[in-house]
Design a protein around this ligand. Structure first.
Ligand code: PCP
Length: 406
């Protein structure tokens, strides 16, 4: 093997070398019969969401645009971070985007294109549902250790734009212009052999702008160690982290209540409580009203189930055509800014843009589809992760007002 790790290089992805062999064969077959220049429109949709979710958050759009940039095609797609439902309110599989061009020019990119959207959107969607249920509690992405390091920046980016407050992996944080956020490992405490010595060493040697979050489940009961940490670091202690092993976990909600009580009656009301280890959506829902201030989430978010997007021909030489189970014809996706009703509207590329009104609110709906690539040239400005995250959280605030569930 010509490399250290079983990963594709950027140039190999960009050249479509990770694609499925049947696309190479298909293009060659079509070239033999001069059909590779058939002009098609191919639509991206998904029919269902994992975990029974009723809405998802799209991510991977930046990478899809970078993948297709320079290929002679047009790409219409939703903005990164757009909240969507699998089916529109007028009953169609929600069109996430579509490509217009000669099939032979981009056929091989179907595989990497879907891969970029499926995994990233799976993570951003799960992260958004964690944010939606944790609401104003702190969410830190600790999942770098759970996936292949090649995708650490990807899963952390998708967690962050989905609503997380920070990530612990330094490369991910640097790429997003963030400061990495983490605490301390059990190894630090075990090597000192004494919690207080380890906490004090952390406080002595770590940059002053790093919050002092003491890990308090190494040797003794969490409430005992929490008090010891507060008494050791006093007002410099920002928080305590419970990473309680499964063998001791029991009713973690009651353990958190005890820790909160013992800290409060000793005057440490400002010390925050963080929980990590096995944190997932169900646990966050269970602890929504508990005094826990934040969560370090690993496996459940970085390893979130993918969203099963598909890419299908919906027009051939301008004529609507689709396989069974799909809706033919290129469409635009509209959303009512007031009630968040979504409708897909048939639109022939180049014709006048429809201006539908919401059937419920009787106001103009917003066209969510943007022309991101024209003739291979990128036509949009890429937003920073912080701006995308604000867009996502703003949509979560909207659906919260509307009383949506998960
Ligand atoms: C883990 C480490 C991770 C947490 C738990 C993620 O604890 O702190 O950040 O767990 P999850 O994948 O179940 O969500 P340990 O494995 O004990 O590692 P350490 O001692 O370094 O905290």
């Amino acid at each position: 093997m010509d490399r250290r790790f079983w990963i594709a290089r950027e140039d190999e992805i960009k050249k479509g070398e990770t694609t499925d062999i049947y696309f190479i064969r298909t293009v060659n077959i079509l070239k033999n019969d001069n059909l590779d220049r058939t002009k098609v429109s191919m639509e991206i949709t998904t029919g269902e969401l994992p975990y029974g979710f009723s809405w998802g958050v799209l991510s991977g759009v930046y990478e899809v645009i970078k993948l297709l940039e320079g290929i002679d095609l047009d790409l219409y797609i939703l903005d990164e971070g757009t909240l969507f439902k699998p089916y529109t309110d007028n009953g169609l599989r929600t069109p996430i985007g579509f490509i217009v061009g000669e099939y032979g020019k981009f056929a091989i990119y179907e595989t990497p294109l879907l891969g970029l959207l499926c995994q990233s959107s799976g993570v951003s969607t799960y992260a958004a549902h964690l944010r939606y249920n944790a609401w104003d509690k702190i969410l830190l992405a600790f999942g770098a250790r759970r996936m292949h390091p090649a995708v650490t920046p990807l899963t952390d980016y998708a967690s962050y734009i989905g609503g997380f407050d920070g990530v612990s992996a330094i490369l991910s944080a640097n790429l997003m212009g963030l400061k990495p956020m983490g605490t301390m490992p059990h190894a630090l405490i075990i090597i000192y052999g004494d919690q207080v010595k380890a906490w004090r060493a952390f406080d002595k040697y770590v940059e002053k702008d790093v919050p002092r979050i003491a890990l308090i489940d190494t040797f003794y009961d969490e409430k005992v160690e929490a008090v010891k940490a507060a008494e050791a670091l006093k007002d410099r202690l920002y928080g305590v982290r419970l990473d309680t092993p499964g063998s001791r976990r029991g009713d973690i909600k009651k353990i958190i209540d005890e820790v909160r009580w013992e800290l409060d009656i000793r005057g440490y009301k400002d010390v925050k409580i963080f929980l990590s280890g096995g944190v997932d959506l169900d646990l966050i829902k269970t602890l929504a009203d508990s005094p826990v201030d934040g969560f370090g989430v690993g496996s459940s978010v970085s390893n979130a189930r993918i969203i099963d997007f598909a890419l299908d021909i919906v027009e051939k030489e301008g004529t609507p055509i689709a396989k069974r189970g799909k809706f033919s014809g290129t469409k635009l996706l509209f959303r009512c800014p007031k009630c968040y009703r979504y409708i897909a509207v048939r639109w022939r590329v180049g014709s006048e843009e429809p201006k539908p009104r919401c059937p419920r609110c009787n106001i103009y709906m917003e066209n969510l589809m943007v022309k991101a690539i024209e003739g291979g040239e990128v036509k949009i400005e890429f937003k920073k992760p912080q701006e995308i995250r604000r867009y996502v959280v703003g949509q979560l605030e909207k659906i919260r007002e509307l009383g949506w569930g998960d």
